[in-house]
Design a protein around this ligand. Structure first.
Ligand code: HEC
Ligand code: HEC
Length: 310
């Protein structure tokens, strides 16, 4: 790991900040540096593997890997680095950059917070090592590109990117760079949204009242959020035509409650109780939102979760 490019990166970052993207990278720098000893651990693995004949046993594989954000100085020079940065831009400015593929005003990072670097907010760190994965929803082995397109079709209420497009390549390049310090096959700590272990019985009426206290200032009286430039949101919609569709993970009670529990109100994540998170989720996930035309194809062999909307 070298910091030789730091000066160059800071210039690039300043430009990116000017364009409204990438601010989170700078904010995470201190943490990433502090965690360097952890990140150094997996470097031993390739040597051991190449010497397989004389090496008695591979080191035990940890159940989960600590989440550390890679140092932006490790983004390579040249075309691969260009793709990594393009991928970051696509994920943080999805509506503006890919209007043909996004049916609402969201960015991927409206839910995968701070460029996909936050525990319990759908982090993408380590994601390239845990795909392909079997998913009961389509009863297939899914590669990462399939999973990305799932969120395009459902969370973004849009259309899939061609798997061999430069844009998809850039998205995978960014996620691969984010995953550079995580051993293949090991999930990151804080992957997904940490479901609440003992789901309380929710009350949507209480949720409606809580919404008016704690959420309405940013997400609006009709859940419509606040529109910004180029059809994208400053504050994203929670329901209505401009929100995620009923096929999205966020439309499910347990998933939405977990996201809200750890991440909302923005900047005050972790301040709500389990009950409040469930009440809020029961309220906003059952408000009107776009349909998902292919919903009839989901869970063809069973395994439908208890909180599916259809
Ligand atoms: C409305 C919220 C939302 C938006 C916007 C969104 N996603 Fe997701 N995404 C989710 C949820 C919910 C999951 C499932 C997480 C879980 O089950 O724990 C998920 C899962 C994923 C995963 C798999 C994560 C894992 O650990 O297996 C990837 C990759 C992903 N999304 C990429 C994207 C991309 C790329 C975009 C933009 C095109 C996007 N998401 C937009 C909510 C969202
Ligand atoms: C201070 C403003 C603010 C408050 C208050 C707030 N949010 Fe958010 N919320 C945001 C922003 C901004 C995002 C998108 C994050 C980003 O783009 O980095 C977001 C994202 C979300 C998302 C995922 C994206 C989407 O549109 O579905 C959900 C769900 C959500 N908030 C629910 C809530 C709930 C429930 C409350 C009340 C407990 C709440 N928020 C309070 C600003 C806020």
């Amino acid at each position: 790991m070298t910091n030789a490019n730091t000066g160059w990166w800071m210039t690039t970052l300043a430009l990116a900040l000017g364009a409204g993207t990438g601010g989170w990278l700078l904010a995470e720098r201190g943490e990433a540096d502090a965690a360097a000893p952890d990140a150094a651990a997996p470097d031993a693995a390739p040597d051991a593997a190449s010497d397989a004949a004389s090496t008695p046993a591979a080191p035990a594989r940890p159940a989960a890997w600590p989440l550390t954000v890679p140092d932006p100085a490790t983004i390579p020079e040249g075309p691969v680095g260009d793709a990594v940065r393009r991928g970051q831009t696509l994920l943080t400015r999805t509506r503006e950059e890919l209007p043909d593929h996004v049916g609402n005003g969201l960015h991927c990072t409206s839910c995968h917070l701070q460029g996909g670097t936050v525990a319990n907010a759908g982090p993408w760190i380590g994601i390239t090592g845990v795909f392909p994965e079997f998913r009961p929803r389509n009863a297939k082995v899914n590669v990462l590109q399939d999973r990305v397109n799932d969120c395009f079709e459902r969370s973004m209420d849009g259309t899939p990117l061609p798997a061999d497009s430069d844009d998809m390549t850039a998205i995978v390049a960014y996620m691969t760079w984010l995953s550079r310090d995580v051993p293949s096959g090991v999930p990151i700590e804080g992957r997904g949204f940490a479901r609440i272990k003992e789901p309380p019985v929710p009350n949507a009426d209480t949720g409606k009242a809580l919404y008016a206290q704690k959420c309405v200032a940013c997400h609006g009286v009709a859940g419509q959020g606040l529109a910004g430039a180029e059809g994208a949101y400053l504050f994203p919609a929670l329901w209505g035509d401009g929100s995620f569709n009923i096929g999205a993970g966020m439309a499910r009670l347990d998933t939405a409650a977990a996201f809200v529990r750890w991440n909302m109100p923005l900047g005050q994540g972790g301040t709500l109780t389990d009950q409040e998170a469930y009440d809020l989720a029961a309220f906003f996930t059952t408000q009107p939102r776009p349909d998902f035309a292919r919903k009839g194809e989901d869970w063809p062999n069973g395994g439908k979760p208890r909180d599916a909307r259809y």
